[in-house]
Design a protein around this ligand. Structure first.
Ligand SMILES: [Zn+2]
Length: 315
């Protein structure tokens, strides 16, 4: 037996509401004029009421195929102007992806652009912005599966809506946070088909190699006034990372050797500058190779795609 229907009170309007939308067991009573003004797809869908439509409260019921959560977030974004504001307002991770996916499917341009605006604070397109990711307006789920699962989900949806310019950093995060064991265990999941798994493995190998390259610069004999002292400090830092590094997150996360300041502070100015500059050079190399490592076009091409998709013209 099917579950009893649940009215969503915040999206159950009396005045002007002339349609009931149903997704799974949730029902929404809304004015169709707002929906059809925003979405050409809904305009076509709702133009001719199909014969035999179920009637509820005197208005026709339209069945939708999406999940109840997705439809609820999407309809809230349409009918509640305070719910989905542009950054710096915040939005939940699953909500923004629901709005992204459905605004793509139902062709609601302004919501698609706004969802992208939020997601660009989490999946940046230039190296400088990676420093601001922690202040992203997209709030990751605070409970539930590990963060990597969220980013894998992001990969799936970003591919689906063809927001390719957001993919490199999403791939980067998945590759940084995953392990090969995990990838093998999840290879049959819909979220991570074998072709995508191969890309992640490849990206991860490149990232581990880059981290090694950064750390490797610390193995050279210091060329400064206090080489013995500096060598000892570098060695201690390396030992710590070689003991644990492979198992730790940052082994494959060369964008931020977060603890590098620890060793830099202990080195003489000459050695500190040398390490810092190598770090930035390698970081820049990784960043420019990132799209290619993920089987995507270059940042420039991705930037042009973004412009065309968001503003409808080539730049
Ligand atoms: Zn030194």
């Amino acid at each position: 037996m099917s579950k009893p229907l649940q009215r969503v009170e915040t999206l159950w309007f009396d005045k002007g509401a002339d349609i009931v939308l149903q997704a799974e067991d949730r029902i929404f009573r809304v004015p169709r004029s707002i929906l059809t003004a925003r979405s050409p797809v809904f305009r076509n869908l709702l133009e001719i009421p199909a014969e035999g439509d179920e009637i509820m409260d005197g208005v026709p019921v339209i069945q939708l195929s999406e999940s109840a959560e997705e439809i609820e977030a999407f309809l809230k974004a349409i009918y509640d102007s305070s719910y989905f504001m542009p950054p710096p307002a915040t939005i939940g991770f699953h909500e923004v992806f629901a709005i992204l996916r459905l605004s793509h499917k139902y062709d609601v341009d302004y919501l698609f652009r706004r969802a992208i605006e939020h997601l660009e604070t989490r999946y940046p397109q230039n190296l400088k912005e990676t420093d601001m990711v922690e202040r992203s307006t997209v709030q990751l789920p605070s409970t539930g599966p590990p963060e990597v699962v969220s980013h894998e989900f992001a990969l799936k949806i970003l591919h689906e809506v063809e927001a390719l310019w957001l993919l490199p950093y999403a791939y980067y995060l998945v590759a940084a946070q995953t392990t090969l064991d995990y990838l093998m265990a999840t290879s049959n999941k819909e979220w991570c088909p074998p072709s995508r798994r191969d890309i992640i493995v490849q990206a991860r190998m490149c990232q581990v190699a880059a981290t090694d390259r950064m750390l490797d610069t610390l193995t050279h004999r210091s060329n400064c006034a206090t080489p013995d002292k500096c060598d000892l400090k570098k060695f201690a830092y390396l030992k710590q990372n070689l003991n644990h590094g492979r198992r730790f997150y940052f082994a494959a996360a060369p964008m931020r050797l977060a603890d590098r300041q620890k060793v830099i502070k202990q080195l003489c100015p000459t050695c500190a500058t040398a390490f810092e500059s190598t770090y930035h050079v390698v970081q820049q190399q990784i960043w420019s190779q990132l799209p290619r490592n993920c089987g995507l076009p270059s940042w420039d091409v991705l930037g042009a795609m973004r412009h065309k998709r968001l503003y409808g013209e080539s730049c």
